[in-house]
Design a protein around this ligand. Structure first.
Ligand code: PLP
Length: 524
């Protein structure tokens, strides 16, 4: 077992605290070390007792396996412990504050979970006859109604399964609309330089050339810069609002007008909708398409790769191009129009996913909406903005922030100017925060801010929990300024694994476990 990450040599001294001797097992207190299942399992063991099959003649021919399968086996209690121990190495919103900027990691209320587990929602199959799932269809219609009410838009496509997938859907609708107008030659999409990476990636994925728009010194987009970049070749502008610097784009209406005047469409990245929920109607800003991350704004579980949901709201101009299946109200009740080109979906852009979207997320999001009500949703966004500004105000004397002359929206952005001369970087601060028991904030994003640290506390944190987090961060900031490099450069000192080479892990991942040489050979 490779335990190198665990400080395997000498006891190390961290900020004056001894991290203690290395233990025989690699465990520390009740923080248990755990190997890969291949390392702890044995091929000769199984947790189930399978009867020998009756003699049979196989038809595999040359495909028949010649070497043993070598699947690791564990007894039932061993298997249980393996996965429980792994799960304890995970940090989630249920274990502590998760300040990851741009991600809106908020509490997932248990009521939502309870609703999602109702058999009528949890146990249905996408191929069931419509007459047996009318309640589920009604829930989808009700969720759609809420999303349209909150945004003022004309139509909503529920099927996209993440924010990025929603971007793809919205941009495909834009492409289809240009094609229908006979303007398929428009091949450029404008994206501000502060945009989330998924924006240019989406545009490029469907064949657009991406042109970057610089930000002003105050961190927002200048309508004049947009006007200068517009032309008959431009298909759309993609703008995040509030933007990734945590600022509301005040000139958004002028920008939208300029985009429309040039015959292009305005895509708004709605991942930061949490900051303006119940405060701003997106349609009033001139938006043509916007995705909504149910897993951010509407509290459905997030992280660990999903499952998310990224419904897209569309303007009148783009509504006819919404994908199938489309939920349509008829005299006979709700029906799902499944085929593009058929009545109700004559100009549909096609299909974004096999079935109807993430039902479980729809149930959770609607539960959140209904339990908050209109006033509660507005208060949630106000509290989220208040929390972010509290974080910013409490750290301004020890850290430095760009664009500080304006209040933040839902996230507090810091740069690394305050670390100049300390020999400590943004990454070191993030790693030291792990030792304090917090998931790090988002670092080095947005790219336009040097050494960025982006903190999004959301409305779910109490003042007491924010104060504890702020205390930890202030303590780290003062230690960094006092030159306590020990505490930072090797951090995290207390995590199951120390600092990893993340770039190498991403570029050259080792995806196959190879059985190590038997011990006698390895010893030579
Ligand atoms: C999260 C996010 C996205 C992408 O959403 P996913 O659901 O992760 O695909 C896009 N833009 C911004 C600004 C985001 O924060």
């Amino acid at each position: 077992m490779n335990r190198e990450g665990r400080g395997a040599t000498t006891p190390h001294i961290v900020g004056g605290i001894s991290a203690g001797p290395v233990t025989f097992t690699g465990n520390r207190g009740l923080d248990l070390e755990e190997g890969l299942i291949f390392e702890i399992g044995r091929t000769e063991v199984t947790g189930v007792d399978i009867a020998e099959p009756a003699p049979f003649k196989d038809r595999l021919g040359t495909h028949k396996r010649t070497a043993p399968l070598e699947l690791p086996g564990l007894s039932e209690p061993e298997a249980m412990r393996h996965y429980v121990r792994l799960s304890r190495m995970n940090y989630g919103i249920d274990s502590g504050l998760f300040p990851l900027g741009s991600c809106t990691m908020k509490h997932n209320p248990r009521l939502n979970e309870k609703m999602a587990r109702l058999a009528g929602f949890a146990d249905i199959h996408p191929l069931q006859p419509l007459s047996t799932v009318t309640g589920a269809l009604e829930l989808m219609a009700e969720l759609s109604r809420y999303l349209l009410e909150l945004t003022g838009m004309k139509a909503v496509a529920l099927t996209p399964k993440a924010g990025a997938h929603g971007e793809l859907c919205g941009m495909m609708a834009i492409k289809a609309a240009h094609a229908a107008r006979g303007e398929a030659q428009r091949n450029v999409v404008l994206v501000p330089e502060s945009a989330h990476g998924t924006n240019p990636a989406t545009a490029a994925l469907i064949g657009y050339e991406v042109r970057s728009i610089p930000a002003r010194a105050d961190g927002t987009v200048d309508p004049e810069a947009v006007k200068a970049a517009l032309g008959p070749e431009v298909a759309a502008l993609m703008l995040t609002n509030p933007n990734t610097c945590g600022l509301f784009e005040r000139d958004v209406v002028a920008i939208a007008e300029a985009v429309h005047q040039a015959g292009a469409y305005f895509y708004s990245d709605g991942a930061n909708f949490n900051a303006i929920l119940g405060k701003v109607r997106i349609a009033d800003l001139g938006v043509d398409a916007m995705h909504i991350n149910l897993h951010k704004t509407f509290s459905t579980p997030h992280g660990g790769g999903g499952p998310g949901a990224g419904p897209v709201v569309l303007s009148e101009a783009l509504a006819p191009f919404a994908p199938v299946p489309a939920l349509v109200a008829t005299a006979d009740g709700l029906v799902l129009v499944e085929d593009e080109g058929s009545a109700g979906a004559e100009q549909a852009l096609g299909r974004m996913s096999a079935f109807h979207g993430q039902m479980g997320m729809f149930v959770r999001a609607l539960s959140w909406m209904l339990s908050h009500g209109a006033d509660g949703m507005r208060q949630a966004s106000e509290d989220a903005v208040l929390s972010a500004n509290y974080v910013r105000a409490c750290l301004m004397d020890v850290m430095s922030a760009p664009f500080a002359e304006r209040p933040a929206m839902h996230e507090a952005l810091f740069d690394d100017a305050w670390l100049a001369g300390t020999g400590i970087s943004t990454l070191d601060i993030a790693k030291a925060l792990i030792d304090e028991g917090y998931h790090p904030m988002t670092v080095y994003f947005p790219l336009v801010v040097h050494g960025a640290m982006l903190i999004e506390p959301t409305e779910s944190e109490s003042k007491a929990s924010l104060d504890l987090f702020l205390g930890a961060l202030r303590d780290l900031a003062m230690a960094a300024k006092a030159g306590d490099k020990e505490r930072f450069l090797g951090a995290p000192h207390y995590a199951p694994r120390r600092r990893l080479d993340e770039t190498r892990a991403a570029r050259a991942p080792v995806l196959r476990w190879v059985r190590p040489e038997p011990l006698p050979n390895a010893a030579e």
